[in-house]
Every structure is written in C-alpha cells, then in structure tokens.
Design a protein around this ligand. Structure first.
Ligand code: SF4
Length: 334
C-alpha cells in the first residue's frame, strides 16, 4: 500500500514510484433487488466509494461482518463483477481495459470452502492443470510436470496426482485449491475466508503455507476475513468495512494497537472473547447488523455505536487521517 494520504486521494503513483500491485479508486457497486411483480425495486449499495491499494509482496486484509461488501469487492478485483462507478487497477492498468483472461493470469482466488470449490469428478491432476489448459499453456506432459511441481510446493505428495477430492482431508483439499490458484504463476492471490471451513488445527498449517509461498514467490495477498485473529497473524495492512463503506484503514500494527473507529474497537474486543468465531458480542454493539437494503441515515453505524452523537444520525462522516490511519467518523471532525 502506498502512503495513506495517497490512498484517500488514490491518484497515480508518485513520480519514479511503482504503481501499486492492486488499487481501487472510488469503487462502488450497486445491485437492484426485488424486481418481482409485487415487490418494489430497491438499490442495494453493496460497496460504496472504496479507495485502497496494496503494493507487491504485501498482504492487505479486508475485514468486516457478513454483508459488509467484502466479497462483492473481491469479485470486482477478480474481474467477475464490474464496478458501478470507479475503477480497479492492476499494476496501474485499469481492469476494464485488461480483459478477464489477462486478469486471471494476474489475480487468482482461493475460496472459503474447499469441498464445493473442487470438482468431485476430476482428479487432482485435472483440477490443478485446468487453468493451464484454458490458457493453452504447455503440452500434456509439460502440464503434468508443472502440476507435480505445484503439489510439492503446497506440500502434497505426488502420488495424489490421480486422486479425487473425496479421498482427501479438508486441509489437503485447501492445499489443492492453493495449487490450482498458483499454477498460472499469478501475482495476486485473493483469499476469501480460506481457512474458516477448516478445523482450527488445520487452519494454522494453511496460514503458514500461504505465508511461506508469499515469501518464496513474492506474492501479493488480498485476504478477506471476518476473523481478526487470522488477520493479525498474516496482514501488513487492514481495511475495515461496514455496510459497504471503508471505515478504517491502516497498517496492521497501528490499527491493532490503536483502533480509532468505534466499530473497529468493537471488532477487536470480539477477538478477546473466548469464542471469536461466534462473532461480535452484542454487549459491544447493542443492536444487530442493519438491513443493507434499508441502511441507517447519517453514519450507517450510528444505531450500534457506543459513542454516537446527535449529528451522527443526520450527516454521513468523511474520512480523516488520524495517527497513521484513515478513519471515517465524526469523532475526528475539526
Ligand atoms: Fe459512532 Fe458517530 Fe463515529 Fe458513526 S460517526 S462511528 S455513530 S461516533
């Protein structure tokens, strides 16, 4: 990530500087829902005016509860959805001008559930080599050799080449998903909750593998997660999302040691509870997650905020630079 002030303005790279590996500039995505005969059309503003960037070799974690827009943002980064407004850039080039095949060579996903993301009727060789086949890379023998190499990179034995996903454990399947993502030698891996479907004992192995591969291949990760304990382990930078908006953004160490936004503070409190996987404790936030189709006025977090003020339900806050991070909250208005 470039310096934070630049990220707010998200302009071109500094003179002589390298463009960020991945960058979102003013990215929003709306969906129209309720098109039925009897139902009224509504606009779901899934992602709103997001500005962030990640430099090569770094890990950006995007965190927030279900429904905060992080998966929609991930799909846009993969070129699977177009932004309604704004643009995503890969190494300074607009994704809209790159084309889906080129994006796939640069950015590859690893999804949450290794059970549903792998075709049960295909062997590991077939699953991992599929992207090579689609892009017309190598002869059959060369592809088999590349798959064998990739299996050893993700620490799976070559003898599994002709096995099926059903013959593997959950952790082994996620390693296959990582191998499939890496076979095209992408530069960015977009991990959408890559360990949340796995046993706790297996999660650490997959996280360590991802970290080792990053060092070995100079990979850039965008790590989508609701689990701040995992994020603390892996991230360089953290972007916190709430109801489609980026509400706090900064270096992990600054954000974890000195969170500024009341929502980030509540999220971090939830990590300290004995069962963080159960989500954010009601005690910290008062009320449940609002309906994204009918978001609160002003600051969308105001019904749950412990520091709410009169103006919060009327005026939407703007982003402020505060102690090395960016925070969108009226507490920091001049
Ligand atoms: Fe809380 Fe107001 Fe800040 Fe929103 S703007 S987080 S309601 S203090």
């Amino acid at each position: 990530m470039n310096n934070l002030a630049q990220s707010v303005d998200a302009g071109s790279p500094q003179p002589g500087g390298e463009a960020p590996m991945l960058e979102c500039r003013g990215v929003s995505r709306n969906f129209t829902v309720g098109k039925g005969f009897m139902s009224e059309k509504k606009t779901l503003r899934a992602v709103q005016d997001v500005n962030l960037s990640v430099d090569r070799g770094k890990v950006l974690a995007v965190v927030g509860e279900s429904g905060c827009g992080k998966t929609t943002l991930a799909k846009m980064m993969l070129g699977l959805l177009k932004p309604t407004t704004g643009e995503i850039y890969i190494e300074g080039k607009p994704v809209s001008e790159i084309g889906i095949r080129q994006i796939a060579r640069k950015v590859q996903p690893v999804f949450q559930d290794p059970y549903s993301s792998l075709n049960p009727r295909k062997t590991l060789e077939s699953i991992i080599s599929l992207p090579l086949k689609v892009h017309g890379i190598g002869t059959r023998e060369e592809r088999t050799h590349m798959v064998e190499e990739m299996l050893s990179m993700v620490e799976l034995p070559k003898r599994l080449l002709h096995s099926y996903p059903s013959q593997l454990s959950g952790g082994q399947r996620q390693r296959v998903a990582v191998a499939r993502a890496l076979i095209m030698k992408p530069e960015v891996i977009l991990c959408d909750e890559p360990t949340s479907a796995l046993d706790v004992s297996v999660q650490a192995h997959i996280l360590n593998l991802l970290q080792d591969l990053r060092d070995e291949m100079n990979l850039t990760y965008v790590f989508i997660s609701h689990d701040l304990a995992v994020v603390e382990h892996l991230a360089d930078y953290v972007a916190v999302m709430y109801l489609g908006r980026l509400i706090e953004y900064g270096e992990k160490s600054a954000l974890f040691s000195n969170p500024q936004h009341p929502y980030t503070q509540a999220l971090l409190d939830s990590v300290l509870t004995p069962e963080p996987a159960k989500g954010i404790p009601e005690i910290a936030l008062g009320r449940g997650f609002p309906n994204p189709l009918d978001p609160p006025t002003g600051c969308s977090f105001h019904p749950r905020c412990s520091k709410v003020m009169d103006r919060c339900s009327v005026d939407a806050p703007v982003m402020h630079s505060r102690d090395d991070h960016l925070v969108e909250c009226h507490l920091f208005d001049e």
